[in-house]
Ligand binder design. Structure first.
Ligand code: FES
Length: 259
């Protein structure tokens, strides 16, 4: 059994808010609602959508891809198209620190602080998700210190990686990622100072009047800017050749119900 991992400071999250984290090589989303903190696998069980990019509303997080909703307290799938629950993990607060223990069994969450406290003490292994109100000493359980996830090593930036990362950017009107929509025309990678790589993207729009353009540009820069070794990211809108539906992948067609 793995121990609790220090993941964040309580002040790292807005209220309500969420952040991506890595615990024991598992990518999770940490969530704050009022005075409570929760932790889920960062995976929508419908088709792998990143819940960390979803909209948090009270105790519900909506997948940014097709809108499936999950209860952040339990990981329970609340709406279609998700039919399976995602895994919720134990969270405990000590002072201003947020600690998480991976729920390896995927068992349902405990509901109360008492449940969590007893699980921490080793009396039960039921996962829970709440503040620690007991006398638990973090030094008494096995633990490692969490780190910001770095799934890619610096120097490994490639066009394939860029396109894969850009799949995290969703067209807010069609709810399909911009790569599968065929909006990324060209990716140029150029050597930059300090061994970094500058990236220039040619992106188009499904229509010249598309109001989502600035948001998709901003989100693309944000996603790519987080890659280790990434320098400047430039996104240029090109309307020639104009976008046509045949530029979509089969995945995009399936998601839009186009056969
Ligand atoms: S991937 Fe989350 S609803 Fe489809």
């Amino acid at each position: 059994m793995t121990g609790f991992v220090l993941v964040a400071k309580t002040t790292d999250l807005a209220d309500p808010g969420q952040m991506l984290a890595e615990v024991d090589d598992r990518v999770v989303v940490l969530l704050k609602v009022g005075e409570e903190f929760f932790c889920l696998d960062d995976v929508c069980t419908h088709d792998g959508g990143p819940l960390s990019d979803g909209r948090l509303d009270d105790h519900t997080i909506a997948c940014p891809r097709h809108g499936a909703k999950f209860d952040v307290r339990t990981g329970k799938a609340l709406t279609m198209p998700a039919t399976e629950d995602t895994v919720a993990h134990e969270v405990i607060i000590r002072g201003d620190e947020v600690w998480v223990r991976i729920n390896e069994s995927g068992a349902p969450l405990a509901k109360s602080a008492a449940d969590t406290a007893s699980a921490i003490a080793g009396e039960e292994k039921r996962p829970g998700s709440t503040h620690d109100t007991g006398d638990w000493d973090p030094k008494s359980v096995p633990m490692t210190v969490g780190a910001t996830p770095e799934p890619y090593a610096a120097g490994s930036i490639s066009e394939d990686l860029i396109r894969e990362e850009l799949k995290k950017v969703i067209d807010p009107e069609l709810f399909v990622n911009i790569v599968d929509l065929g909006l990324i025309y060209n990716v140029d990678l150029l050597p930059a100072a300090e061994g970094k790589i500058d990236c220039k993207i040619d992106m188009t729009m499904t229509s010249p009047m598309c109001p989502a353009g600035p948001q998709m540009i901003q989100n693309s820069k944000q996603v790519l800017g987080q890659l280790p070794g990434m320098g400047n990211v430039e996104v240029k809108i090109v309307l020639d050749p104009p976008w046509t539906p045949d530029k979509m992948t089969q995945d995009a067609r399936d998601q839009l119900g186009i056969f």
